[in-house]
Design a protein around this ligand. Structure first.
Ligand SMILES: Nc1nc2c(c(=O)[nH]1)N[C@H]1C(S)=C(S)[C@@H](COP(=O)(O)OP(=O)(O)OC[C@H]3O[C@@H](n4cnc5c(N)ncnc54)[C@H](O)[C@@H]3O)O[C@H]1N2
Ligand code: MOO
Length: 410
């Protein structure tokens, strides 16, 4: 079924459509290989971490209340009852006026609740030391369970695992975690004029930009790109290429041929795929109007405009959320967090389409300055010189110089 081309829908409606695609299945993964994977099940602590009270300084473990009033000029003498190395389980306890020499990381003995640093003491001999400083209970001590207690949530489902998260899991005794499988995303560039980058070009031909950009964006999102050979502008060829793409992947991205010209075969080829519905063809945004969203079986198939900047921008605003949806990733990555900037000049816009304007960011000012990079969507340079996107909403005629805008990092 092919609804009328270019009965445009808003980006929000398109995002609602893609939110209906299912998330990936899950798999067990060793923690050592789980960097940047998405947790499919929350990790819950099974034990106290650490499992005992630990000193964070080399010094003397003692009872804080015995140090009350201690100073350089009034330094009480403590009786030393032992020496605790890391890994020791001290067999003695600390009573009033007693202390034990302790190493950083070693277990506090029974009775002790704090540590005085060695710099704040004067050891007299093996059995006596002067303490020059008073401490509060808990000073220089990590308590049992301070990192995690049994039953406590360590990391929530949907979390993209960073190096420190893996360390947390390892320190809590996890050797494997359940994560979402990485989707394979097929990238199919189309066009008789589009040639692989290593080609010698004939007049009228161009090198393929979109496969490279899209594959890298797919990898950056934690999915696996599958780069397919460029397909010719011919419905039968494209249909066959699409079928192969679907057989080998979880999502298909088609670049080019999505518009309404006589050579734009993508919509027709997509409509001819078995068990396939075109959910939308045409987005009320600029660039990217000819974008197509289809469901083939239960797999998403997205037709991206051929213009290099358009394809990349549609990836940012539509495909990225789709990948996050199916990979189960929750939360915003720090590098993708939108920020506020001041617009360097007026931007005019048409009513009826949300304009995604590429902006360069000048950081010397606070708030930073967003400088619009105007230019044809067929030019990749505008995107290279930009560090973000600013949206001029659908029903406004533009934005004024000096207005405060939200920048979505690129
Ligand atoms: N009469 C109209 N013409 C066009 C319209 C329109 O509404 N009416 N829309 C324009 C817009 S906007 C866009 S975007 C493009 C969309 O075109 P298609 O998605 O059908 O893409 P193509 O025609 O195949 O290619 C457009 C352009 O991009 C170049 N291209 C294609 N693939 C690649 C690639 N892999 N790497 C680099 N460049 C690529 C291609 O050579 C074309 O120049 O249609 C407008 N026209
Ligand atoms: O929609 Mo086209 O994608 O403006 O360049």
């Amino acid at each position: 079924m092919t609804p009328a081309f270019f009965s445009v829908i808003s980006l929000d409606e398109a995002l609602r459509l893609i939110s209906l695609f299912p998330t990936m299945e899950t798999e067990k993964q060793p923690v050592s290989e789980a960097l940047h994977r998405i947790l499919a099940e929350s990790a819950v602590a099974g034990e106290d971490v650490p499992g005992f009270d630990r000193s964070t300084r080399d010094g003397f473990a003692l009872r804080a209340k015995d140090t009350f009033g201690a100073s350089e000029s009034a330094s009480p003498l403590f009786t030393l009852v032992g020496r605790i190395k890391t890994g020791d389980h001290p067999p003695f306890s600390i009573g009033p006026g007693q202390a034990a020499a302790i190493a950083t990381g070693a277990m506090l003995p029974q009775g002790a609740d704090s540590v005085v640093m060695i710099e704040d003491t004067t050891p007299i001999d093996d059995s006596l030391a002067e303490i020059h400083k008073s401490v509060a209970p808990g000073t220089h001590v990590i308590r049992k369970g301070d990192d995690a207690r049994p039953g406590q949530l360590l990391l929530a489902q949907g979390k993209r695992l960073r190096p420190q998260d893996l360390g947390f899991l390892a320190g809590s005794g996890f050797t494997a975690v359940r994560v979402f499988k990485k989707p394979v995303i097929a990238i199919l560039s189309t066009g008789d004029e589009v040639r692989p980058p290593e080609s010698r070009l004939n007049p009228g031909e161009i090198r393929d930009i979109n496969t490279r950009t899209l594959a890298a964006m797919v990898s950056e999102q934690g999915a696996v790109p599958l780069e397919l050979p460029i397909a010719k502008d011919d419905e039968a060829t494209l249909l066959q290429a699409l079928q192969q793409a679907l057989d080998a992947s979880d999502v298909v991205l088609v670049s080019g041929g999505s518009s309404v010209g006589t050579l734009d075969f993508a919509p027709r080829a997509i409509a001819a795929l078995p068990d396939t519905t075109i959910l939308a063809h045409g987005l009320a945004i600029r660039p990217g109007k000819p974008t197509l969203i289809a469901r083939a079986g239960n797999k998403p198939l997205i037709g991206l405009p051929g213009h290099a900047a358009s394809a990349a921008i549609i990836f940012q605003v539509l495909v990225k959320p789709l990948i996050r949806r199916i990979t189960g990733e929750k939360g915003i990555r720090p590098e993708e967090r939108p920020f506020t900037a001041r617009l360097s000049r007026n931007i005019a816009s048409v009513m009826g389409r949300a304009d995604y304007v590429r902006v360069a960011i000048q950081d010397e000012e606070n708030p930073p300055l967003a400088v619009p990079m105007l230019g044809e969507a067929g030019l990749i340079r505008t995107l290279v010189e930009a560090q973000g996107l600013v949206c001029v909403p659908r029903d406004t005629e533009g934005l004024l110089q000096d207005s405060s805008v939200t920048v979505y990092p690129l």
